[in-house]
Design a protein around this ligand. Sequence first.
Ligand code: SF4
Length: 292
Amino acid sequence: MKNMDNIKEAMYYDIIETDKVHCYLCPHNCIIKPGMLGACRARKNIGGRLYSLNYGKVTSVALDPIEKKPLYRFYPGSLILSAGTFGCNLKCSFCQNWTIAHEEADTRDITPSWLVEQAELLKDRGNIGIAYTYNEPSIWYEFVYETAGLAKKKGLANVLVTNGFISKQPLRELLPFIDAMNIDVKSYTNEFYKNICKANLENVKETVETAAGACHVEVTTLVIPGLNDSTEEIGEIARWLASISPEIPLHLSRFFPNYKMQDRPPTPKDTLYRARDEARKYLKHVYLGNIW
Ligand code: SF4
């Protein structure tokens, strides 16, 4: 068991029966018995209470170009201090960050005030704030919430790079601190979300719609041959985004075989060009990623 000094009691859970807990941070709504982990591997029932195991634990901290998030229309040309931990609440077989999302990764301990201090020190090198990224930040909620609150008071921007699979209440309570988000919309079919990611499309759509009313939002779709690469499906994503706002940037990213999805080639460039042409019928800003 981890040292109790290094872990934090979780937000958004109820104690049910005598020692089981119900976590409602994300739509999985895990019921967790004592000694067991949630589906994200980042929250554990210890003695009938739920704890965040990744609070203050980072796998990576780096000063990245904002375009790497990707955010192309939020302080272009700037840098952002980027931090991530371990765990994920989705199970995408094509995961591009599987070593930190689904494996045991080395971590080091930091505090919210340390991260904010580093972000401030880096301002004169062009840093605009903190990006919570690399793995899924919504399951790092307690650390992100505290850090984002401190950062906001110092005039720093907060950015989330997320799969959007978070419950409404925690999302609404975090949004006042968040300046920009890049949200993955991995497909426009629930079948894809259910079979390949063990999640569902509706919750992700709700996150995009709620976030777009509160902060700057850009969306990323990884275009995977044979799974979500039809012109029709890309058109559906673009049409739906345009119904929220045609100004929402869409990043269509090239797939490369990774993790458990090794059975298909990288996305042909022609597929991406066709997808971009289709999306541009509805949206003003469509970009291709990982193409060069
Ligand atoms: S955050 Fe983790 S423990 Fe909580 S409901 Fe989601 S997957 Fe389950």
